[in-house]
Design a protein around this ligand. Structure first.
Ligand code: NDP
Ligand SMILES: O=C1O[C@H](COP(=O)(O)O)[C@@H](O)[C@H](O)[C@H]1O
Length: 491
């Protein structure tokens, strides 16, 4: 009988008093513990400047877990694995004491020198921390060491390259796990399986049968308390450079020859290399930007972006992007991939719609306008599943067709057991599986694609605000598809 090896490691979270640690990381570690994916051989060391004790830290961990997960047992034995080590990460001398704490914990929890250094801090600290970990020998153990890096990975290609060089001076590419949390989502991971495990789809998955693909990731939330960050980012850098382009790559890639990290990444990289570059002077033909003004969401009035905290009252930052992406390769030549994403839209929803071409002659519709193409909808969130839109005979009426739907709802089957993205990614990292993390080449190619668009936009002031909160974005996003004879399918 094969016994499954539970991962053993110390997870060192830099930025342990911050929002990400509290909302995502602690609950994810708990779920791994609760589901038995990690045993007792683990410890978590929190690093930040606040002068907390282990007890304060554990109390915070407990609170964050209780807020996120339904807990029906005492958390003391779980939180006893958590230790707090306060220091300013730019302070060289503190790494010595961290090193000796880690050695003690290695022994106490039998973690065999395995370490996950999780950088849940602002990117300006990534290089400093990586360098200090190397310089002070925190990587020199008998086990494995891995560095998890949060987004944003740079601001453009040049800054991402600089950041990467700093990190690579201390860690090898195989040790670096760049998080794109969309890659941890159940239905994003399902894209590959839906495509490559079904003859029905894979044979049709090309420019002969697909007319266009639409990816929408809409949010009803605004920028919340992240105005400072968002002002320097905008929707293009915040969502398109990473999550949206990753979904494009998964939808467009060739079947990998093996399901290994290298093979899958290599196929995704080929897609990103085949993206048709957009020159600065043609951005307006391919991309649309928007910024929300006040409006009503779920019956409540919400303020406009320019009224949000830490936002310039005359801000030129886009909170919405729609774009037409072309992939210049044999499979996809001529098929537009439309993307749109934005804050304060009608609802929180991520969906992919694959629109198939019509058959050459369809006798079953009285009027041309009644014809509905076949669609495959992949529901990423909040619902998880797929819907296939087909045509079938209208009951009782001869020779007339009506649209029907075949649906598979993932929530109904796996329900609450679907792991949260961060939980899955943390587990993958502890298992040494980097498939659902982004390789540097993917990051670099994505920035190279996005940079001319952000350059063009930063040079020209937009006529903002141009969409009402609670809507599906500016009308130009509809016109983008209309000029190609398409429309956004309702989500
Ligand atoms: N929050 C989220 O949902 C998401 C966040 N991210 C990314 O994750 C990273 C962290 O984000 P978030 O948690 O929101 O940020 P926060 O501002 O909430 O937390 C920052 C953390 O860094 C610590 N810190 C700041 N300066 C120092 C220093 N010099 N030495 C030691 N610790 C320091 C702070 O603690 P203290 O003040 O005690 O020192 C705090 O724990 C960012 O890169 C962000 O872009 C990515 C996706 C989503
Ligand atoms: O990375 C980010 O993603 C979230 C949206 O993630 P989701 O899992 O809720 O769809 C977005 O709100 C945030 O601005 C961005 O930084």
């Amino acid at each position: 009988m094969n016994t499954i090896q539970l991962p053993k490691a110390i997870i060192i979270i830099f930025g342990a008093t911050g929002d990400l640690a509290k909302r995502k990381l602690f609950p994810s570690i708990y779920r791994l513990y609760q589901s038995g994916k990690i045993g007792e051989e683990f410890a978590v060391v929190g690093v930040a400047r606040r002068p907390w004790t282990n007890e304060t830290f554990r109390e915070n961990v407990k609170e964050s877990v209780e807020n996120a997960v339904s807990v029906n047992s005492d958390l003391t034995s779980f939180t006893s694995h958590f230790y707090y080590h306060p220091f300013d990460v730019s302070n060289q001398s503190s790494y010595h004491s961290l090193k000796s704490l880690l050695s003690d914990l290695d022994e106490k929890y039998q973690t065999e020198g395995n370490r996950v250094f999780y950088l849940a801090m602002a990117p300006e600290f990534f290089g400093i921390i990586a360098n200090n970990l190397k310089e002070h020998g925190l990587k020199d153990t008998n086990g494995w060491t891995r560095l998890v890096i949060e987004k944003p990975f740079g601001h453009d290609l040049a800054s991402a390259q600089k950041l990467n060089d700093e990190i690579r001076a201390a860690f090898d590419e195989e040790q670096i796990y760049r998080i794109d949390h969309y890659l941890g989502k159940e239905m994003v991971q399902n894209i590959e399986v839906i495509r490559f495990a079904n003859a029905l789809f894979e044979h049709l998955w090309n420019n002969r049968f697909i007319s266009n693909i639409q990816i929408t990731s809409s949010e009803s939330l605004g920028v919340e308390d992240r105005g400072n960050y968002y002002e320097t980012s905008g929707a293009l850098r915040d969502m398109v450079q990473n999550h949206m382009l990753q979904m494009v790559a998964l939808l467009a890639m060739e079947p990998p020859i093996k399901l290994t990290t290298d093979e899958i990444r290599s196929e995704k990289i080929k897609v990103l290399r085949a993206l048709r570059p957009i020159q600065e002077n043609e951005v307006d033909s391919y991309f649309v930007r928007g910024q929300y003004t006040k409006g009503i969401i779920n019956g409540k009035e919400v303020i406009g972006y320019r009224e949000e905290a830490n936002v310039d009252p005359d801000s030129n930052t886009e909170t919405f992007v729609a774009g037409k992406i072309l992939i210049d390769n044999y499979r996809w030549a001529g098929v537009p991939f439309y993307i749109r994403t934005g804050k304060r839209m009608k609802e929180k929803s991520t969906k992919i719609v694959v629109e198939f071409k019509d058959i050459p002659m369809n006798l079953y519709f009285k009027k041309e306008s009644d014809r509905v193409p076949n669609l495959l909808v992949i529901h990423i969130q909040p619902d998880e599943g797929i819907t296939l839109h087909l045509n079938a005979k209208k009951a009782g009426v001869s020779s007339e067709a009506t649209p029907i739907k075949l649906s598979y709802n993932n929530n109904g089957i796996d329900g609450m057991n679907t792991p949260e993205a961060y939980e899955r990614l943390l587990y993958d990292c502890m298992q040494g599986d980097a498939t659902n993390f982004t390789h540097w080449d993917e990051v670099a190619l994505s920035w190279a694609y996005v940079d001319p668009i952000s350059n063009a936009w930063s040079r020209k002031k937009a006529a903002f605000p141009n969409y009402e909160a609670g809507s599906m974005g500016p009308k130009e996003a509809d016109e983008l598809l209309a000029k190609d004879g398409f429309h956004w399918w309702p989500i």
